[in-house]
Ligand binder design. Structure first.
Ligand code: IPD
Ligand code: CA
Ligand code: CA
Length: 276
């Protein structure tokens, strides 16, 4: 018998979370197919939600598909998505239907579908699907992180002078903080990239392709899945509390264990003014 890919094996356990995990993997594939149809057709009906904050017909279509599928199969679960809001309570699906909409709208194949399930504020599993690269990143709390079934491990990098960090930015955070953040990173000899998809950036930390991810202002739907991926790949993920005012944006930080002290220090002095 051909062995099943590891992520599927841990997704089909006979328990409520295992069933949801298996469901999330298959839903992410279906959502990815839908997103790619829009991406290839370029029929996007782009509109603006705020300064440099776009939304397309694809964001709404994927959001609608995902909400309908969850409501049909798990009617008692909560759902929080970027495009339809919602609330976090009990067992809740936290979804970004397309993370990286700016890239998507420009025809750049750098975006992902991000799906997390949290129970009482703790993320239990996360799925980040990059449909253009056909990469399914998946992690379950305490059971590891995988890409297309292969186990993931963060890199061994422990010096900023040897690191590449995805330093995300949006107009929701103060620009001077970002300039200081980049200055500190560059002063320390670090390289930076700005992929424009927090979920995908975090997945790439989990895969050891970049060594850290940092951004001043993100929401739960952007990062819950990716932060668990990094943690389950042996990395460090700073807390992203869902208690209190989780509707406000918060800083997100994840990296290799060897970079956590240096990046936490830089974050503490550069991201403190991020606002809701
Ligand atoms: C955005 C992306 C981007 C980050 C922004 C997010 P969206 O999400 O994750 O990388 O810098 O802060 O808002 O709007 O593409 O879902
Ligand atoms: Ca997002
Ligand atoms: Ca989005």
């Amino acid at each position: 018998m051909t062995p099943r890919p590891v992520a599927e094996a841990i997704a089909t356990n006979d328990d409520p979370l295992g069933r949801r995990f298996a469901f999330a993997l298959s839903m992410a594939r279906e959502a990815g197919r839908l997103a790619m149809r829009y991406f290839r057709s370029r029929d996007l009906s782009i509109s603006q939600k705020g300064p440099r904050d776009l939304v397309t017909a694809a964001d709404h279509a994927v959001d609608t598909l995902i909400r309908a599928k969850i409501a049909e199969s798990f009617p008692d679960d909560g759902i929080l998505t970027e495009e339809s809001a919602g609330a976090i309570s009990g067992t809740t699906w936290v979804i970004d239907p397309i993370d990286g909409t700016g890239n998507f709208a420009r025809g750049i194949a750098c975006f992902a579908i991000s799906i997390a399930v949290c129970v009482d504020g703790v993320t239990q599993f996360g799925v980040v699907f990059d449909p253009a690269a056909d990469e399914m990143f998946a992690a379950r709390r305490g059971r590891g992180a995988f890409c297309n079934g292969a186990p993931l491990k963060v890199s061994n990098t422990n010096q900023l002078a040897e690191a590449t960090v995805d330093a995300g930015y949006s107009r929701k955070a103060p620009l001077p903080d970002y300039v200081v953040l980049l200055t500190r990173l560059l002063d320390a000899g670090c390289d930076f990239v700005q992929f424009g998809s927090a979920a995908r950036g975090l997945a790439h930390v989990a895969a050891g392709r970049v060594d850290g991810f940092i951004e001043a202002h993100l929401f739960a739907w952007d990062v819950l899945a990716g932060l668990l991926l990094v943690k389950e790949a042996g990395g460090y993920s700073a807390d992203f509390p869902l208690t209190g005012n989780w509707q406000s944006g918060q800083p997100a930080l994840a990296c290799t264990p060897g970079l956590s002290a240096a990046l936490t220090k830089i974050a503490a002095t550069t991201l403190s003014q991020a606002e809701g």
